[in-house]
Design a protein around this ligand. Sequence first.
Ligand code: ZN
Length: 419
Amino acid sequence: MIRALWLYLSLALVCISAQTASARDLAVVNARIVSAPDASPIARGTVLVRDGRIAAIGDAAEVDVPGDAEIVDAQGGTVVAGFWNSHVHLMAPPLDRASAHAGDVLSQTLTSAYLRWGFTTIFDIASAPGNAIALRERIAAGEVDGPHILTVDAPFFPKDGKPVYVPDELGGWAPRLAEVATPAEAAARARRQLDEGADGLKLFGGAIVGGEVGVLPMDLDVARAVVEVAHVAGKRVFVHPTNAEGIAVAIDSGADVLAHTAPQAGPWPEALLRRMVEDDMALVPTLSLFEVEMRKEGVPEAIIQREVGITKQQVAAFAAAGGAVLFGTDAGYVDAYDTSVELRLMHAAGMDWRRILDSMTAAPAAYFGHAQRKGRIAEGLDADLVVLRGDPAEDVAAFADVRYTLRGGRLVYRAETED
Ligand SMILES: [Zn+2]
């Protein structure tokens, strides 16, 4: 009887949600639409959303909007695909304990940290085991508002290589346990994490341990074991590089994404860049991280400028060589969520607004295997959309001035001040 009742209620819920999903279309109107980084803007267009997907996109005169559709007026602003932040950590409270907090607390935090900046997809690249997946499940169940979450789950540190800046306790877990000593141990954990739902893996090619050692490189065979397991499963491996030796670990192990630029490595020579691009590697610049961290530590301004100058050279040279640049800020490790500093530094590194848009949309969607669903505004794709107040072609800071964020066709963020 109880079972039958449960079944009845489940069916009723399915019917209700199916009805609400299909009951009402949504239309973003009065918009300048940039459907993809290389597309010609539509001067005054409409995006029609149905059942969480994009049903139509085009000139306002060509798209029929049903009379009962919910209208989102872009007021002459710019509509682009939902943004990706390819380097975040779900480790700052309350996000470090996804199961322990009320849904509205998590929703508020995810909104101010990510949805408010236009991020509809984030890649968590190291947090406490199981935490990101638990949060993703609560978002999918409708208990929490948040972006689509991809995760590497727990990181892989070298033996005795927990970085000094990683706390001893994180969401009830001891990060020291993420150290791996042997290829067999690394491979076993890599398999387990992927089986449990991780979307990639992350290893520390060079771990900042301080003291006399300074930067501890990961044993190449351990790194190779992690990469091999990931690639068999069709998943990408991020590497925290730190210095030239850490970059060498990334390249020689066959890993995919440099999770940071590396001021300690100095300017990147031509041969290194060619190798990285030939190997289809991607780079997450995290330029603002270095500036924010050094300023926090009271590093003299001249040194900050020199170090940031090196990282900008690395980004500029990598982008010019044709490498895949993926936008990422290390948000959640640094308490800095405003994207405007990163945008300004990327622009100063020679990336124009289209290249920056690519790094936030089409490039990560393609690199991580989601191009069929995300990264562009096109019929049939997920209705992950950002409505900007201004025009990023005039000023890249417009990417940080978000009026509305839609995820899966649902309005998940609306700026408070309407003008
Ligand atoms: Zn990080």
